[in-house]
Design a binder for this molecule. Structure first.
Ligand SMILES: Nc1ncnc2c1ncn2[C@@H]1O[C@H](COP(=O)(O)OP(=O)(O)OP(=O)(O)O)[C@@H](O)[C@H]1O
Ligand SMILES: [Mg+2]
Length: 369
């Protein structure tokens, strides 16, 4: 599948005109940008693999098709499930998430299907299961690869018949749910003959598969995700971390991120809390990232200036550049002891250019000749 690139569209060039645009002011992403703003804002990234995932989310959202979200831990599988629900006609109804790996096998059945009064010791009252709670909405079955054989049979029935049988109840009750399942395991391999996962259940779940790419395969999104998390954590912890040095950015982009986006989020959180302000430097990074092998394909521009992180709501570029210039000129003058020749040399400017700038800034008296 080809996804229109996120490069700015050029209306004069038909060959790059968007192919799937439904939103006139969003031609460059074929409507994905507008869709994301509306339903999937927390899913950040511009890498083609992520845009492809967003495109699938957009196309399945208005159906009741079962979706299987696969991908390593921390790649955003739950965010995807929530986005599908939010973008669907079921959005006004519950989104019920169950982590099948976290609930003990013995309790999971009554958790999912509910139970009748007296169904087992301690069942003093009847209990409505999670499927019934989600009626009209979506059920997110996280870590679906963890469920045992008996429950797999019951789940298959839910997917086939759209009804549930509470534990200890002879009756079945219809449920109107959309199922989204997620796993970081290889369900296909697990459902091979003799494997622990029923192949018929696998086929029922795997109607539409959405593969979330690991972060190392979309490393070009790292600077953007980093900026997002720094801003978010600054706000949350009342901190003012403002940038990252190119060397630190290089290391962050070269690292393999086995814990994916969640790991990046945690690394940023720790740095923001402990550092508080200024630019993220190499020494602020955890040892495992500092010792990552250098990445020759680093996309970070060679420069010694800290990379400023673009805040969520953007910046006034002229204003920021103006302030930066102001600070650097003042520092140069200070370091040069007010000598304009030396200050100009420190800034690689002609003396006349510096003098011109000083005049414009009302700093004409700041230095000496
Ligand atoms: N594309 C993204 N943009 C912004 N935040 C993201 C993105 N992907 C994941 N995250 C964040 O990373 C964390 C992990 O995401 P999520 O819980 O959806 O991953 P997961 O694949 O379900 O992980 P696990 O398999 O460990 O349950 C969350 O805090 C989520 O907000
Ligand atoms: Mg998850």
């Amino acid at each position: 599948m080809t996804i229109p690139s996120s490069a700015p569209s050029r209306p004069d060039d038909e060959s790059v005109a968007p192919t799937r645009s439904e939103d006139p002011d969003d031609g460059d992403e074929g409507g994905i940008g507008a869709f994301r703003r509306k339903h999937a804002q927390e899913l950040r990234g511009e890498h083609p693999a992520l845009l492809e995932a967003l495109d699938i989310i957009r196309r399945v959202a208005d159906t009741d098709a079962t979706v299987l979200v696969t991908g390593e831990s921390g790649t955003g599988k739950e965010l995807v499930a929530r986005a599908i629900h939010r973008a669907s006609a079921r959005s006004g109804r519950p989104f019920v998430a169950i982590n099948c790996g976290a609930v003990p096998e013995g309790l999971l059945e009554s958790e999912l299907f509910g139970h009748a009064k007296g169904a087992f010791t301690g069942a003093h009252t009847a209990r409505v299961g999670r499927f019934a709670q989600a009626d009209g909405g979506s059920v997110f079955l996280d870590e679906i690869g963890e469920i045992g054989a008996a429950l797999q049979v019951k789940l298959l029935r839910v997917l086939q018949e759209r009804d549930v049988t509470p534990v200890g109840d002879a009756r079945t009750y219809p449920v109107d749910i959309r199922v989204i399942a997620a796993t970081n395991r290889d369900l296909e391999a697990m459902s091979a003959p003799g494997g622990p996962f029923r192949s018929d259940l696998y086929y029922r779940l795997n109607v539409i598969q959405l593969v979330m790419p690991p972060l190392r395969e979309r490393a070009t999104d790292i600077p953007l995700l980093l900026a997002h998390f720094v801003e978010e954590r600054n706000r949350r912890h009342n901190r003012r971390v403002s940038g990252v040095t190119p060397e630190a950015m290089s290391l962050l982009c070269a690292y393999g991120w086995p814990g994916n986006v969640r790991e990046l989020q945690n690394v940023v959180e720790r740095i923001v809390v402990l550092k508080g302000q200024g630019s993220i430097e190499v020494r602020d990074l955890p040892e495992r990232i500092r010792s990552a092998p250098p990445n020759a394909r680093s996309t970070v521009p060679p420069s010694s200036a800290p990379l400023m992180l673009l805040p969520e709501d953007g910046i006034d570029l002229r204003d920021v550049l103006d302030q930066l210039e102001h600070h650097l000129i003042r520092q140069a003058l200070e370091r040069a002891g007010g000598n304009k020749n030396r200050a100009a040399a420190l800034l690689r400017l002609q003396r006349t250019t510096l003098v011109e700038k000083l005049k414009r800034r009302g700093l004409a008296q700041a230095g000496e000749d």
